[in-house]
Design a protein around this ligand. Structure first.
Ligand code: ZN
Length: 278
């Protein structure tokens, strides 16, 4: 696994709060990801023990703190296998940067350092499925880590998009990390009434109106399904390490991704831990 050779800092606007925020990632030899707010006197909390909430993204909660919009940062750590560090933040949200994981990955790759430590791999051993209305998520046994995602939006520029990928460092960096957050112009007002999207802009979100993309060009013709895979990887990071299994999603979102994570955490007869020292 990897840690960092030095502190890495990300700062910028939160997509929901609209306020300036700063996250520091500190090297550690613990072999675990810990979190704490900068001003907290309490002990850091293990990522895999945080409560997760879907609220315009992924919110982590533990005694005395919450941190919003963690998914693109966590997906980057997962994609680069950086599993030994401490996350310390000021504010209440991870900065949105350009709406993708690319700026996180660029900085993290430069600071990454290998660490010889026992590395747990969570291997799915029994298929599981969670359904909700016309959407579902599944996990099945496989010898590598695969994601199979399908979306179906009632919009002429999105429609049905489907992508299946083995997730490894190379595919994550090239195919998934650059895919940006997207949103619909007509949703902005109602999101803001709910306390969301105060920081969203044409610089950090692919914005669509009824007919077209307000701020072209796209980075991939199917950037939308790729971003959904990025979000799924960020939510699966809450399982606390490397994965082996085929994870599929159909018309899903953070809520269903997180139901899958909670189910796996609570049902230990669906998976085993394999250990290696890679
Ligand atoms: Zn996202």
């Amino acid at each position: 696994m990897f840690t960092l050779s030095r502190e890495v800092v990300f700062s910028g606007r939160g997509v929901h709060t609209g306020r300036e925020t700063r996250v520091r990632l500190l090297p550690s030899t613990s072999g675990q990801i810990y979190l704490r707010p900068d001003d907290s006197p309490g002990a850091p909390v293990l990522l895999s023990e945080c409560e997760i909430i879907a609220w315009g993204g992924t919110v982590l909660k533990a005694a005395g703190f919450s941190l919003r919009t963690v998914e693109h940062l966590l997906a980057s750590l997962m994609g680069l296998q950086i599993f030994s560090l401490e996350i310390v933040w000021e504010g209440e949200e991870v900065p949105i940067l350009d709406g993708s994981a690319r700026p996180f990955v660029e900085q993290l790759r430069r600071a990454r350092k290998s660490l010889v430590r026992e590395n747990k791999v969570l291997r799915i051993t029994t298929p599981l499925e969670i359904k909700e209305n016309n959407a579902w998520v599944k996990a099945e046994p496989a010898d590598n880590w695969e994601i199979n995602y399908e979306i179906d939006f009632n919009h002429p520029l999105i429609g049905r998009q489907k992508l299946m990928l083995e997730i490894n460092e190379e595919t994550f960096i090239k195919e998934i990390a650059p895919a940006r957050t997207f949103g619909f112009l007509w949703d902005v007002e109602s999101l803001r009434k709910k306390g969301m999207a105060y920081g969203s802009s044409l610089e950090n979100t692919v914005v669509l109106d009824e007919k077209e993309i307000v701020n072209p060009p796209l980075r991939f013709p199917d950037e939308f399904v790729r971003h959904k895979i990025l979000d799924f990887i960020g939510d699966l990071a809450l399982l606390g390490g490397r994965l082996k299994g085929r994870f599929s999603a159909y018309r899903a979102g953070h809520q269903l991704h997180q139901q899958l994570v909670r189910f796996v955490r609570e049902n230990k007869n669906y998976w085993i831990f394999e250990e290696n020292f890679a």
